[in-house]
Design a protein around this ligand. Structure first.
Ligand code: HSE
Length: 292
């Protein structure tokens, strides 16, 4: 049989919401799969590595084994518009794609909740894998191996991703974070996150954007690693953005903007960031899809 797996990119943290908030955006990883006698992986990012070393294959194999099944071989052709190591959830998309590949080729019959716990266990936190799987903006938390989550499936705003040429590995961007927060800072950080979510749910994007730029958990610590952080935030704000934050662990910045200001904001950012890839994005609400 033949089928196609499609998984969206995602942007985690939205300023506050470290490891706990993320939204799916309309850039995609796709796998075109055709069952055949032997394995064959065509993967632009993996180059010439044998299929046994392909990341998506390894995720699929590990997932099938975990559920006591084996995989039927197939030809898998990967295409992607998600830039790698830029804070747009390329590895989360690959994990979700690998789990779905196992689901299809191993007859696993996984529920969405099972896919979510498997993906979160692999990634360590649910903020990218949850929207990659479920679509929308997902507020989630991972406690004792279980993911609790809620989905906000409408945002009346648009997104601009500002993607620099340089890569930044998530590990390097996590190594700069403090080991501990005082109770006062933890309370403040949590309060900022709480107001952000309440504002998004209420559709008060001015307030949400204001809170987004007040994060204290990770933004101030990562700012030195992010090229043009202040310039991007300031330029976007001056031209009417609600809020502009680091996407995931960076180095991409994500600006949340009113639809009617989008073109003006893009033009202003293009002028000051000639070497960037600017993507005008919308939230993806469908998440993982499989087409037979
Ligand atoms: N919440 C994660 C981080 C996202 O900011 O490190 C990237 O995995």
């Amino acid at each position: 049989s033949s089928f196609m797996i499609r998984v969206p990119a995602s942007s985690a943290n939205i300023g506050p919401g470290f490891d706990s908030i993320g939204l799916a955006v309309d850039l995609y990883l796709t796998l075109e799969v055709t069952e055949q006698a032997d394995w064959e992986f065509i993967s632009p990012s993996a180059g010439d590595v044998p299929f046994e070393e392909n990341f998506i294959y390894l995720i699929a194999k590990q997932t099938a084994e975990k559920h006591g099944k084996s995989l039927r071989p197939a030809r898998v052709e990967e295409t992607t518009s998600i830039p790698l190591a830029r804070g747009l959830g390329s590895s989360a998309a690959a994990i979700v794609a690998g789990i779905e590949l196992a689901n299809q080729l191993g007859g696993l019959d996984l529920t969405a909740e099972e896919k979510l716990t498997d993906a979160t266990e692999i990634e360590g936190h649910p903020d990218n894998v949850a929207p990659a799987l479920l679509g929308g903006l997902i507020v989630s938390t991972y406690i004792d191996g279980e993911v609790d989550w809620l989905k906000i499936d409408q945002l009346h705003l648009e997104l601009i991703a500002l993607i620099p040429e340089v890569e930044l590995k998530t590990k390097a961007a996590r190594d700069v974070l403090p080991e501990q927060f005082s109770i006062a800072d933890a309370a403040l950080g949590s309060g900022i996150g709480n107001v952000t979510v309440a504002a998004l749910v209420s559709g008060d994007y001015e307030l949400a954007g204001k809170m987004m730029e007040k994060d204290i958990f990770h933004e101030p610590h990562r700012k030195p690693l992010i090229p043009n952080y202040d310039l991007i935030q300031r330029t976007a704000k001056e031209h009417g953005a609600y809020g502009t934050v680091i996407s995931g662990a960076g180095p991409t910045m994500m600006s949340f903007v009113p639809s009617d200001r989008r073109d003006k904001i893009i033009a202003a950012l293009e002028e000051v960031l000639p070497d960037y890839r600017l993507e005008s994005l919308k939230m993806d609400v469908g998440g993982l899809t499989v087409e037979q």
